[in-house]
Design a protein. Structure first.
Length: 136
């Protein structure tokens, strides 16, 4: 009987963690969209909140941190839209997730973000971007 109760409790904990992760998938996608849309406008406030103080960013120009990323945010030309596609989010545990997605448009690229939750707040601790080949 004790074994059955332990097994049921274990299943309930695993189910709760899976349900929580599924809910957080949509939260992380919404945060990424806010980040991208604010960057297009040249608004640094969302990036200041979402980027961890020790974030590592990798792109074709090298490796940078939060201050360099914030300094690079400039308003995009009028009419530019943030058009993310193909989101995939994988949870390593309830407080760590890896997100990948692409974007369409003039600045088409592929992104990889590592999200970490501390104190109930999600932040990006690592990010990487690769430009998409034209026509993709």
């Amino acid at each position: 009987m004790k074994t059955i109760l332990v097994a049921i409790a274990t299943c309930l904990v695993m189910f709760a963690a899976t349900a929580r992760a599924a809910d957080d998938t949509e939260t992380l996608i919404a945060l990424d969209k806010q980040w991208g849309e604010s960057a297009i406008r040249g608004d640094k406030s969302v990036s200041e909140k979402l980027l961890a103080d020790k974030v590592a960013s990798v792109d074709e120009n090298g490796i940078t941190g939060k201050q360099a990323m914030l300094a690079d945010i400039k308003p995009a030309p009028a009419g530019t839209r943030y058009e993310p596609t193909d989101y995939k989010v994988s949870f390593l545990n309830p407080d760590t997730a890896i997100m990948t997605h692409g974007t369409k448009g003039a600045d088409a690229h592929y992104s990889l973000h590592v999200w970490s939750r501390k104190g109930g707040t999600w932040q990006i601790v690592a990010t990487s971007m690769a430009n998409a080949k034209s026509g993709k």
